[in-house]
Design a protein around this ligand. Structure first.
Ligand code: FAD
Length: 393
């Protein structure tokens, strides 16, 4: 059984609207009862749990904040708590849905034409079609704005040529949102590429130690033709991509919150149940100190994440706010989960006890959607007015 939620010590629920509380409880119940029991075997095999897609689809959380087009139209807080509840039980599931929803669907929602929104969003919201989002390349990771994939204008469309790396859901996505450099303007444009487009190839990246269920892929684009109607009219420079990333980083910040809550819940139960030296592990001062440190971190993480949502909802959130939220929360989560790993002793390295799995899953989250360092530099630039991304000459 998945442990009961014991981490909401400062009664975060009281800060949520009834609708947000209802989303939270609905997702929690489904994840605990229907998804938790089958996750470890898929994680071990590094296979995607396709049987989970209808369960997540029925929750109706994909598309999060997008209004209309069959999407839920949640507040960003509602969408964030849903993401956290998925992550509390399984980080790979939450990455799957965030790539699909907060990156791909949001890009179509923010930068797509009316026709593209009508055509793609309803079926993506139902999870009847699945999307991925391709920005990173083998030679352009943190420095994504230097991307080298090209888009050349031809009659009736565009020809895409290049490579992408690390793209979540790439091996089975029905549609791929791909960013490429327009060879005429030298600016970044966005495209919707169908999975059966001739010249497109996606290969799974093997041997990951975290988010093992997420199917990250290398994508090869060899003269892939994309019709004019599938160019996203709202992506005309890297700044447009950054607009999507700023919103998506709010959602990603809630992933480590959820993961850490699940780890705390597991540790809390474990320490009360297991005995050593004739007493429950929870009776030892050092163990209580670690548990309280974890709980304190979680309260602070939740409140930073919540404030980030409120800044977004009031139109005051800046890219620096989002980057600080993502980087600071992820750092605290890494610290918290490693305390949890210690508390479980030997069982802290077994995937069956959730904590080891979460410990590994946090590593890629620390790195994706801007590494800890890159997000720090985004905030640093905002508070000083000085960019320090480039090495000194
Ligand atoms: P690098 O850029 O090579 O960085 C290596 C190290 O150098 C890091 O510690 C970094 O912080 C540091 N560094 C780099 N530049 C600077 C600098 N200027 N100053 C200080 N330090 C610096 N991408 C997508 O487009 N779509 C996806 O769906 C997707 N999913 C992902 C899933 C996983 C599991 C992973 C691991 C990655 C995913 N990514 C995805 C890619 C991810 O966003 C990149 O891995 C990330 O941006 C870092 O790029 P890199 O791995 O090339 O590291």
């Amino acid at each position: 059984n998945f442990p009961t939620c014991t981490s909401d010590y400062y009664k975060f629920d009281d800060l949520l609207t009834p609708e947000e509380q209802a989303i939270r409880m609905k997702v929690r119940e489904c994840m605990e009862k229907e998804v938790a029991p089958i996750m470890t075997k898929y994680w071990e095999k590094a296979e995607f749990p396709f049987e989970v897609i209808p369960k997540l689809g029925a929750l109706h959380i994909a598309g999060g904040t997008i209004k209309g087009y069959g999407c839920p139209g949640f507040s960003i807080t509602g969408s964030a708590v849903a993401a956290a509840e998925v992550a509390r039980v399984d980080a790979s599931c939450s990455t799957f849905i965030l790539v699909h929803s907060s990156l791909a669907m949001l890009t179509i929602g923010l930068c797509g034409s009316e026709m593209q929104k009508q055509k793609y969003l309803p079926s993506l919201a139902e999870l009847n079609t699945i999307a991925c989002w391709g920005l990173t390349e083998p030679d352009n990771g943190s420095d994504a704005s230097a991307l080298g994939t090209t888009a050349r204008k031809v009659e009736g469309g565009w020809v895409l040529e290049g490579q992408k790396r690390w793209i979540g859901n790439a091996t089975f996505a029905d549609i791929l949102v791909i960013f490429a450099r327009n060879t005429s303007t030298n600016q970044i444009n966005g495209f919707i590429v169908k999975k059966d487009a001739p010249g497109l190839q996606a290969t799974k990246i093997e041997n990951k130690i975290g988010l093992r269920m997420v199917q990250n892929g290398d994508i090869l684009l060899k003269k892939v033709f994309v019709p004019d109607e599938d160019r996203l009219p709202g992506v005309n420079s890297f700044q447009d991509t950054n607009k999507v990333l700023a919103v998506s980083r709010v959602m990603v910040a809630w992933q480590p919150i959820g993961i850490t809550m699940g780890v705390y819940d597991m540790c809390h139960r474990y320490l009360k149940e297991r005995k050593q030296f004739g007493a429950p592990l929870a009776a030892f001062q050092i163990n209580q100190q670690k548990l309280v440190q974890m709980l304190g971190n979680i309260q602070a993480m939740i409140l930073v994440g919540w404030r980030l949502c409120k800044l977004y909802e009031s139109g005051k959130m800046t890219p620096g706010h989002a980057s600080l939220g993502k980087s600071w929360i992820t750092l605290r989560a890494r610290e918290t989960v490693s305390l949890g790993r210690e508390l479980l002793g030997g069982n802290g390295i077994l995937a069956d006890f959730l904590v080891a799995k979460a410990f590994c899953d946090l590593e890629p989250i620390y790195t994706y959607e801007g590494t800890y360092d890159i997000n720090t530099l985004v905030t640093g630039r905002e508070i000083t007015g000085l960019a320090s991304f480039k090495a000194a000459p």
